[in-house]
Design a protein. Sequence first.
Length: 409
Amino acid sequence: MYLAIVARTLGAEQLGILVLIHAYALFFRDVASFKSWQALIRYGADYLNRSDAKQFSRLVKLTFLLDIGGAILGTLLALLLLEIAAPQAGIPSAMVAWAGFYCVSTLFSIKSTPIGILRLFDKFSVLAKAALVVPVLRTLGVIVATLYDQPLTTYIMVWFVSDMLGSLVLVWLGFTELSRHREALPVDWRISLATHTHERIWPFIWNANFHSTVNLVNSHFLILFSGFLLSPAAVAFVKVAQELAGILQKAASILSDVLYPELSKLLALKDTGTAKKLITSTMRPTFIITMVVAVILFLVSEPLLEAVGGAEYRVAGSLFRWFVVCGIVQLSLFWVEPGLYAMGRPEIVLYTRIFASAVQVGVMFFLTRTLGLAGVGIAALAAGVIIGLTNLAVFLRLLNRTKISASDT
């Protein structure tokens, strides 16, 4: 809702600048982020099953310290490269200082561990409510800014405050939930060199970090690269089309996050039969719903874009449809990546995404010159197909090996 209001209030050019500033800050935040919630679930589930409260508490300490370190590093990187990188991404020189101010919001991006805690203890309803904090605050802020005819800088402030409060709320919710569980000891926050002893956790954490960095090609980097290749107005078109088609991608992400803890528990016990039943039971209804939603989005693409941003956004119709097809691929195979992570093989996802991201950047660079906005969508689809099919083939092979190994023992 807030994006539609801003699109109509500021126009495509200024919305594009706002989106570029936001993407710039989040790009460096995510480059430095360790995605520690994945390690917390992967190894925390095992510690809780073994009632090893001491190791679990040490794990929480490690992941939260990584969150803090990543937030500081991401902010410093964004500020140090601001004068060089921001103009190249299409941010006007007059707005570079505001981009630097917005980068400070990444200091509060310490929510990965709290998210992992809530997912590990099956508090998905709490996560769903927490996810509403940022959009609700942005919507309220945007409404006030629009009523009082505020400039672009006010909208930047709205984005800043909502991001900061959204992160702090998640931290509070996560550690409040942790305090309710007897199987988890209070976390000892004293700094020590022997923070954690699990032999495979550091390779897992580094792989997760590299994976999330490579994954930026299809999110923040896509926005920044669009600003470099096209214009701030084109960035606004990409953002609106991406958000509307993102219904499918967000659904895939939510399902993946919900499935990951359950698969981790089942595959840790070598229970491949139940794991397959769980995947099948969620995959079939998801695919049917996906196709219905996709057909509707195809039929109303241009009218929908116009309803959100105005008549000038109809030009993004073809881009929107390519994003929808990409969403179909992602939602149909939402269970593959959590399956690979549950097997402790994040490097497979990493290698696949590195190759797919290189293809996406190359396709985007060449096709935007001849096809304009549509080239951005075709590049995203090419990467999505490569990632989905490659990971699917590897996951099925590993699952069969796990089944054979379990039966042999």
